[in-house]
Design a protein around this ligand. Sequence first.
Ligand code: SF4
Ligand code: SF4
Length: 336
Amino acid sequence: MAKVYFLDVRKGYRDNILVMLDRLIKKAGGMDIVKKGGRCAVKTHFGEDGNVNFVSPLYVRRIVDAIRKAKGKPFLTDTTTLYGGRRLRADTHIELAREHGFDFAPVIIGDGLYGDDYTDVKGDKIGRLYTYTDTMVCITHFKGHLVTGFGGTLKNLGMGCAAKGGKLDMHSGSKPHVVKETCTLCLRCFNYCAFDAIKKTKVSAVIDHKRCTGCAGCMSICPERAIRFNWSASSTDLQKKMGRYAARVAENKKIFYLNFLIDISPNCDCFHTNDPMIAPDIGILASFDPVSIDQACYDMVKEPIDRLHDDIDATEQLAYAAQYGAGEREYEIISI
Ligand code: SF4
Ligand code: SF4
């Protein structure tokens, strides 16, 4: 049974929350994974432009300080997105991260400038950086999610460490296509595609799906946002693939997980708006098991999550992740 350490913010502590966070990390042995002089990835979500619910940089800075105290070399990391906006490409994503206060450690985007830098791991497209990173602290904001019921560590790991093509694979059963009415025939995508999958016609570029690998890099290249995909995956399909990706990312790594059940919003931090919270703040959880930590969080906010997304079985991601060997659903809570 996996151990999940729990800092309950509803209790009155004599020390402030950052001091208590230090204590949680110490009690859980979180910094035992850090190698002296070794790099340590700090995987988090820097928040969409306009969203303020992501894990505060004040917490993340404290965790980065703990890694430095353990003589590790931390860097902050996330990947590019499938949809438009400043997180679509690495350069603008880094700019946004800095604007959101993540300016105290290097920021490295794990799937490259256009999101096409990946390693094929048994058919899944994992951001290449994460396939040669062996030490990670994974910091997650636990909240509701439109398609998966909740978004926690498994989403941060599975979706958040996938390259753009991996996200496409999870969100859609199909490959991208060109909207011919929007295409200006600038041919940037034609010159970019390494797989010769883009053809010119008299009216627009066209993607040959027989040649296309689904890397999704051309979606970052097109200045008109004319290259699109269908958000056609069902919740079950997405949760299944996300569980599998999470297991692939976690394989052969030492990862310490922290989930923040604070500012529990109805939707994920990729939204550019902030709706009212669905539950009061609960606390911070820590574990070495990505399935147990999400299971424990879900058990704490099951009622508002299920009420909000009554058409989704949010436990599927837990079951699939466990089935693919990411971790176990049984856990023991250790309160600090
Ligand atoms: S057409 Fe396909 S293979 Fe070529 S860049 Fe776009 S997604 Fe990648
Ligand atoms: S990059 Fe966009 S606008 Fe330019 S040819 Fe390709 S699809 Fe058309």
